[in-house]
Design a protein around this ligand. Structure first.
Ligand code: PGA
Length: 254
């Protein structure tokens, strides 16, 4: 029987400036330590790049983690505007989101780029939260299983057994992101189990049991508990409902 802490990740996207970031994290820490909920869940917050350093300083010595929302696919050099794995690691960042559908859509990140990002992050011992999911059209055509399988084989299934230990998967159906249309609990469980079975075939039981498979896409204070209670759902990636302290706390308490 798998007994794992759930992971809850706040993906703030391009929201919150310096003041909102620092005051949210300080107030949040106060609450979760008072309520002792930090022991029951692993909580990760992903603010924007300029605030990663101060955020990682604020949480230092606690079990709260800070994640970057992006990473460069190269080590260093003439890549204006990019932030490298080495830079992230040098300010204490141990998690990064890769493959979010917004990065794929607006910044045209291909599977080759995503794989390079995965490789560089794991090389620097940064844990990857790898996002994948089908479009609404693909789901309507009942192609979601084949899309997810192809995506896994094109990306994280190129990882060695050492690298895979640093990978978390976030199943995020694109039709559910920021739309208020959440996948049903059955739809979540079905895909999560499918992913876990593929992991088992490729990497064996230990990896498939231990890897975290999170759900993301319109999680809110009402549906979080039901989604998180599914056997193969190891937590969630929360967008809009992570921006306000009370909402995020409610999700964590659920
Ligand atoms: P949402 O975003 O919760 O606002 O749908 C989730 C995500 O994009 O990770």
């Amino acid at each position: 029987m798998r007994i794992k802490k759930k992971i809850v990740i706040a993906n703030w996207k391009m929201n919150h400036g310096f003041y909102e970031t620092t005051s949210f994290i300080r107030n949040f820490m106060k609450k979760i330590f008072e309520e002792k909920i930090n022991h029951k869940k692993k909580i990760i917050i992903a603010p924007s790049f300029p605030f990663l350093h101060i955020a990682s300083q604020i949480v230092r010595g606690t079990n709260l983690q800070i994640a970057a929302q992006n990473i460069s696919f190269e080590e260093k050099g003439a890549y204006t505007g990019e932030v490298s794995a080495y830079m992230l690691k040098s300010i204490g960042i141990n998690y990064v989101l890769i493959g979010h559908s917004e990065r794929r859509k607006y910044f045209l990140e291909s599977k080759e780029i995503l794989l390079k990002k995965i490789k560089i992050a794991t090389k620097h011992k940064i844990n990857v939260i790898f996002c994948l999911g089908e479009t609404g059209e693909e789901r309507n055509k009942n192609q979601h299983f084949s899309i997810i399988k192809k995506e896994l084989y094109n990306t994280i299934f190129h990882c060695s057994s050492n690298e895979i230990d640093l990978i978390h998967i976030a199943y995020e159906p694109i039709w559910a992101i920021g739309t208020n249309k959440t996948a049903t609990t059955e739809e979540c469980q079905e895909i999560h189990q499918f992913i876990r079975n593929l992991l088992m075939k490729k990497y064996g039981k230990c990896v498939s049991n231990n890897i975290f498979i999170l759900y993301g896409g319109s999680i809110n204070t009402e549906n979080a508990g039901k989604i998180f209670s599914q056997l193969d759902v190891d937590g969630g990636l929360i967008g809009s409902y992570s921006l306000e302290l009370e909402n995020f706390l409610k999700i964590i308490r659920s």
